[in-house]
Every structure is written in C-alpha cells, then in structure tokens.
Design a protein. Structure first.
Length: 384
C-alpha cells in the first residue's frame, strides 16, 4: 500500500489561474485580470514547490504540467524558474515530459521558442473548433486562421503538440463533425483531445440552459453517434483512443495524464489545484484555495492548501477504478483487490461481460467499445 503510487508514477501540476477572457462553457478555476505581478506569482510557486518537495524527497519526477487558465500568458522566465526549481528539488526522469497549455490567441514564435528553451517539450493547445461561427458561440477570442497559424508556430518549436476540440456543439450535425474531425486529423502531429460539450452549473452556458436560452444542442442519440464516429475516424487515421477523450499515435500519449489515470501521485500547486500524495503509507487528497489572492495570502502564511484528507482504502480503490476504467488498458485486477482489501464482485464482472460491456485479459479489466460509450453506467455497476 505504501508504494502503490509507484504503479502510476509521480508528477507536478502547476495551475496558472488567469485568462484573457472567460469562456461561457468553462468551469475551470480561471479569472480575468489585467494586472498580474509575475514576480509575486513566481515567489509563491517556488515557496510551494519547496514545501511540497520537503515532504516527498528522493522521488523521481516524471512529468510537469502547466495548466489553467492560460499558462501561455506566463512569462517564459517564470516557467523556466519553476522548471529549474522542480529539477533541483526532485530527481528528474531522463525522459521527463513538460507540458504547457496554450490558447491560440496568446501564441507567438518568440514566446514559444523561449518556452522550449526553458525546458517545455510538449504543447497542448485549446483550439476547440475549426469553424469561426462556433468559435464565436463558444466565446473563443481567436479565429480558425489564427488557430492554424498558432499550431504551425507550435509545431515548428516542439516535436510534441496536441490540441483540443469540442463536439456536440450547438446546431452541429454528424456530417459537419465528420468533416471537421477529418480536417483536424490532417493537421494533427500525434495527439488529439476530443471532448463532448457538457453544460456545467455555474457557467454562463449553464445559466442560459437553465432558462431555455441555449438552443440547438444535439439530442443524446446524435451526440452518441458523434462519439462513435469519432472513434471510427480516429482509428482510420492511426490515432486510436487510449482514454475516453484522448487519442494518440503509439508513443505520443500524455504521460502526465496517464499518472492520473494510473492512479499515481502528483503534487498540485496554484489556486484550485488538487493533488494526491502518499506520505507515511497514507494516500492524501490535497486541495488549494480557489481565489488567486486568497491562495497568495495562504502561501505567504505557510501553505497554499486549504484541505488535506486521508483517503480510506475503499476511497483509493474506488478512485483507481474510476480513473483506470477510463483507459483502454483498463485496471489491474490484483492491484484493485490489494487497495480495496477484497476483489471486484465476480457476479458484476460476469454480468457486464455477458452484456459485452467489459472484458478481462492478462489480469486487467477494461471496457469494450460498447462499454466505453456508456462508461459512467459501467463504472457505477462495478463500484461496490
């Protein structure tokens, strides 16, 4: 149990909470601010890195992920200093993956070259649509032409570039999505993240939906057809899904996200960042203050965390199941049993297998193509 995290690895997540504009569908912790003291933020990040590393010494750091918000608004010098400090505090893996999220509107060649020189070796770009009208509906501040230009800049600076698209958008048809996805795959280097639009409470879209003003959303059957078409088209292009919403050529998978899905340990710093760290044989869930100024104040007082919860063995097993079943490799059946203190229900496995929802092979349990289409229901059935 004490070393279970080694099955997934060890990563660092750094949250940059600022954006140029707030997208109406976004429920991430992001804020619009015109006055950002980058030196103040760097000082806080370094303080949190030092605090976290003191608790997790002698670990090999497999990945760093700058998420947000829009991390491509960070000064390259800030990014460089965070990377340098992390490398000094932990033992960097020889093949450490360092990802930075970017929005097309914040991309320019000199800045990206500076990120590369700082140590970033992977870019994840929020394109979201290859249709200007839909970009406008989604509240994006870039055009398709700007997204393509930004992608070309990123591709010239980095060998590993991914971008995101959202489907099941307002008034989107299956044929239109097929055409758009084919266009995206012709652009793609090796990785695509493809998310179905979800309407979250507390967002502008959520408010509009609640009062019947968000029209043209696809019916459930249409959205399901788009999901199945996504799998078929991506397979044809050699970018099969390795997780429900993520597609990659072999070797191009996001190593940082695999730490989450394989239930490893990760330190989360920055406003609203979550973490999972194993200390003295206990798996702890960490959470930080959401509001940027509250987080800065808390860091100055000693720690940016607002909560730290010791997870029970049942909690750990359930989290591992929920994360592992999202991947095409599935979960290790014996590892689940060790975490939970009991094996998965044989009757539930048999039932779901008979329905064609899951399959087991070489000690692993994974969802089938049909099971992935209704994954939440499969996971609910498996949870004890």
């Amino acid at each position: 149990m004490a070393d279970d995290w080694r099955n997934g690895g060890f990563g660092l997540y750094v949250h940059w909470p600022f954006c140029e504009a707030k997208c109406p569908y976004c429920d991430f912790n992001s804020h619009v601010s015109r006055n950002i003291n980058q030196k103040q933020w760097l000082t806080a990040y370094l303080s949190e890195l030092q605090r976290s590393a003191a608790e997790t010494p002698d670990r090999v750091l497999n990945t760093i992920f700058f998420g947000g918000g829009t991390p491509s608004l960070m000064d390259p010098a800030t990014v460089a200093a965070v990377i340098d400090e992390a490398r000094a505090l932990w033992r960097p893996a020889n093949d450490m993956e360092i990802t930075l999220e970017a929005n097309p509107g914040s991309v320019e060649a000199g800045r990206f070259a500076a990120y590369r020189d700082a140590g970033v070796n992977r870019i994840s770009m929020g394109v979201q649509a290859l249709n200007d009208e839909d970009l406008r509906r989604l509240g994006r501040i870039h055009t398709v032409a700007e997204a393509r230009a930004a992608f070309d800049i990123a591709r010239n600076c980095f060998e590993r570039v991914s971008f995101d698209l959202i489907y099941a958008r307002q008034h989107q048809t299956l044929d239109a999505w097929r055409a758009e996805l084919t266009e995206a795959l012709n652009m793609a280097v090796g990785h695509l993240s493809l998310y179905q639009l979800t309407i979250e409470e507390g967002t502008a879209f959520g408010d509009r939906y609640a009062v019947g003003k968000l029209r043209g959303l696809p019916e459930d059957d249409s959205a399901a057809d788009m999901y199945m078409a996504t799998q078929e088209i991506c397979d044809t292009f050699g970018l099969p899904a390795y997780e429900v919403s993520n597609h990659a050529r072999s070797g191009a998978e996001s190593q940082h996200n695999l730490i989450y899905w394989r239930y490893g340990d990760y330190v989360g710093i920055g406003p609203g960042a979550h973490g999972r760290i194993t200390l003295n044989g206990r798996k702890l869930a960490t959470e930080t203050h959401l509001t940027p100024q509250l987080w800065l104040n808390a860091v100055n007082a000693g720690s940016g965390e607002k909560a730290r919860v010791s997870l029970s063995t049942e909690d750990q097993a359930n989290e591992y199941l929920m994360m592992g079943m999202r991947t095409y490799e599935g979960l290790d059946i014996d590892r689940y049993a060790i975490l939970a203190g009991h094996p998965l229900s044989r009757s539930k496995i048999d039932h779901l297998t008979e329905l064609g929802m899951i399959h087991s092979q070489a000690g692993r349990l994974a969802a089938t193509a049909n099971g992935r289409a209704v994954l939440n229901a499969v996971i609910r059935e498996l949870l004890v």
